[in-house]
Structure formats: C-alpha cells, structure tokens
Ligand binder design. Structure first.
Ligand SMILES: [Zn+2]
Ligand SMILES: [Zn+2]
Length: 162
C-alpha cells in the first residue's frame, strides 16, 4: 500500500475488523464529514482496497496477488477472479489470463471480472469484451471487460482496435 493517508489506513483497518461498515459509522468513528467520507471511499475503492456496498463499504477479498496464469502482478483495474467449486479463489491479472485459466480449469464455480470503466465486479458471462484494443495494460493481446456492449464498442472504436 503506497501513499495512503493515516486516515485512509484507519478506514482500511476498520473495514478489516468489521468486514463491512456503513458510511455513517465511518463518519462517526473518524469524526469526518459525509463529503470527506465519500471522497475517501471513492479513492480507496478506485485503488481496489475497499469494495463499495449500498450505504457503505466492505472488505475486498484478498487473494493471492499473483496471476494464476502468468504469475504477473494482479491489477485492481483488470483483475479476474475465478472461484472454484471447492471454494478456492484464483486471481488472474487480466481477462486475457483469466480466459486462459478458465479454459484450463474444470472446477469453475463462478468467474468475475472488473468493468474497465467503472471498476465494478461483474460476472464473466455477463461482460462484454474489447479485444486487441491498443490500450495494453497487461498481457497481449489485451482483453478489456465492460458491463455493457456500448462501452465495449465505443472503447474498441475509440482506441483503434485492429
Ligand atoms: Zn496473467
Ligand atoms: Zn495479464
């Protein structure tokens, strides 16, 4: 964790202790305004350190930070999570590796990916993908995930996919 303010560390500690916490409780615990609470939550969730839930935040499932496929670092922006039928969770660095890991795994219960624009988790079967976009954040050919077709299409066109 880099560049976190003492307050942000405090928020993460609270979330880890309680698993989830409402904005109101957070506000009271830290004696901060609602606007500040929202801003901190926004920042932390963008960094992938907390997950937003209705009215508050919750702990992010911390799994291995290494990609199951290429052993590279996983990235909150492009992460891909496979949950096996035995309850074990595997992380991949991006949809590219995630797809390959899925193809090699016969015990998949669910698989989740992250919407590239909004940063929220979505079921792999409900995601739209932009293939080979010129935005290569991770492995090549890049595969970016989106929660709707319009975003995927716009991204593909706008960023010069071939
Ligand atoms: Zn990988
Ligand atoms: Zn990757």
């Amino acid at each position: 964790m880099k560049n976190l303010s003492p307050r942000q560390r405090e928020i993460i500690k609270l979330v880890q202790e309680k698993k989830d916490i409402s904005i109101e409780d957070l506000r009271l615990a830290l004696q901060i305004s609602q606007a500040t609470a929202y801003r901190e939550i926004q920042e932390l969730s963008q960094m992938g350190l907390v997950a937003k839930i209705p009215g508050g935040i919750s702990q992010v499932e911390t799994t291995s930070t290494r990609c199951v496929q290429c052993r590279g670092e996983t990235n909150a922006r492009t992460t891909f999570i496979i949950e096996q039928t035995d309850g074990k969770k595997l992380s991949a660095c991006c949809s590219h590796c995630g797809m390959m890991a899925l193809a090699n795994n016969s015990n998949v219960s669910t698989a989740m990916t992250v919407d590239f624009i909004y940063g929220k988790m979505l079921n792999v079967s409900q995601a739209w993908y932009a293939l080979n976009s010129s935005v290569t954040l991770c492995c090549s050919p890049s595969i970016l995930s989106f929660s709707n077709r319009e975003d995927a299409t716009r991204f593909t066109l706008g960023f010069g996919a071939r």
